[in-house]
Ligand binder design. Sequence first.
Ligand SMILES: [Zn+2]
Length: 77
Amino acid sequence: MQTSKKVQCKKCLNKFYQKEIYTIQQFQYKKEPKYKWTLVFFKKLKIDEWDSFCEECIMSYSKKLDDVWNKQKGQVL
Ligand SMILES: [Zn+2]
């Protein structure tokens, strides 16, 4: 059965059911930074749009993304 298929979180390596997995693609719905900026940010961390993460890890990346973005934003003249 496809419904019982499990995937692995790339960060913590825990296994989850596919429907509970998150990817960085969900960040395209954030107001800022722009998704293009987000992709570049994660590319530096060797993460692409198709990597799978559990909710906990994606939240941690979301926070990291916001931190770096807010820091960088303050430096723009
Ligand atoms: Zn995880």
